[in-house]
Design a protein around this ligand. Structure first.
Ligand code: ADP
Ligand code: MG
Length: 232
């Protein structure tokens, strides 16, 4: 039987506004298995980021239940959420979110500094993650010395260095040209296969959708369809 990584049951999310509550997500029911390469697809405002944030324990649902790697996100406290994120979840953002004064090595090392780990082991893991994304010749470069594609590869290495169970990638190709988009998709797909990491994307980029093995379409905060895709 496949291991369930995340399970969402009758989940809704509202935000308070001047005119009352706005329901950004409505009655979501979804489940994700280990090793999936799946994504939320929908226009801007359809609820993709809100859903990824809840799966990543950065936000909590207003109604229903969300379980991620055995943690109940609807009940979790901040310390438990921080521990879940630092050990088990990697995040990749549209804008890379690298630390500008740190070089490539230090950016990738950062998540490991939050975990107790011996320095030799940490060094080995950082170098390995930088190698996965093909940037071993850039370890000393800072983000402003790199292209957008290279910055996103650093962000992938940073997300993957601790070998998380789950990677959440919010529109990771939105600022990249076609060549760089395909390059980072190849890298993530390879890591998904080799490390059995579960990837969940949010996107409206057709290049990303082509890579996904499961496409969950969102429309106005609801799941409009949920289909296996042939992928590559
Ligand atoms: N903190 C917030 N306060 C109020 N409304 C929000 C907040 N976050 C998101 N929303 C609203 O929820 C809807 C879904 O947003 P989002 O999840 O960011 O969509 P997407 O990522 O698909 O573009 C949008 O209408 C957005 O304006
Ligand atoms: Mg978004």
């Amino acid at each position: 039987m496949k291991e369930i990584v995340a399970n969402i049951t009758n989940m809704s999310k509202s935000f308070p506004t001047g005119e009352g509550d706005f329901w950004a997500l409505k009655n979501i029911n979804l489940s994700f298995e280990r090793g999936e390469f799946s994504g939320f697809v929908g226009p801007s405002g359809s609820g993709k980021t809100t859903l990824l944030n809840i799966l990543g324990s950065l936000d909590t649902p207003s109604k229903g239940e969300v379980e991620v790697l055995g943690n109940q996100i609807h009940k979790i406290n901040q310390l438990q959420a921080a521990r879940l994120r630092s050990r088990h979840i990697g995040f990749i953002f549209q804008t890379y979110n690298l630390l500008p004064v740190y070089n490539v090595y230090e950016n990738v090392e950062f998540p490991l500094l939050l975990m107790k780990m011996d320095a030799n082991k940490r060094d080995k893991m950082v170098k390995e993650a930088i190698e996965w994304v093909g940037l071993s010749d850039k370890v000393k470069s800072r983000p402003n010395q790199l292209s957008g594609g290279q910055c996103q590869r650093v962000a992938i290495a940073r997300a993957m260095v601790k070998k998380p169970d789950l990677v959440l990638a919010d529109e990771p190709t939105a600022n990249l040209d076609t060549e760089n988009s395909l390059n980072i998709l190849d890298t993530m797909f390879k890591l998904n296969r080799e490390l059995s990491t579960t990837f969940i994307f949010s996107t409206h980029d057709p290049k990303v959708i082509d890579y996904l093995k499961r496409v969950i379409r969102l429309r106005d905060g609801e799941v409009a369809s949920d289909d296996p895709a042939p992928g590559i």
